[in-house]
Design a protein around this ligand. Structure first.
Ligand code: FES
Length: 92
């Protein structure tokens, strides 16, 4: 299943699959808002706030980068979550 992932700031859209991370979908487009990154939940470069949409967390996010409080507000590491609906996000 594919979903649209949209960056609220630039309006850029990406096509993401439910079996790949949001970071991965953005990266493969060649137009990602992130330059590089570990893709493993450790560096924190891909921190975003999910403004709209549903997602599944499939990797552990370092608490150095995302606190429990932030996570409860929809702030996540894009390499650790997969879309399960269309997504609207912004860099956090
Ligand atoms: S790319 Fe490093 S934490 Fe996501």
């Amino acid at each position: 299943m594919t979903y649209e992932i949209k960056d609220a700031e630039s309006g850029t859209t990406y096509i993401g699959r439910d079996d790949e991370s949001i970071f991965g979908a953005m990266h493969k487009s060649g137009r990602s808002i992130f330059k590089g990154g570990c893709e493993g939940g450790g560096c924190g470069i891909c921190k975003v706030k999910i403004l709209e949409g549903e997602y599944v967390t499939f990797k552990i996010m370092s608490r150095r980068h995302v606190t429990e409080e932030e996570e409860s507000q929809g702030i996540v590491l894009a390499c650790c979550v997969k879309p399960s609906s269309n997504i609207l996000l912004e860099k956090a």
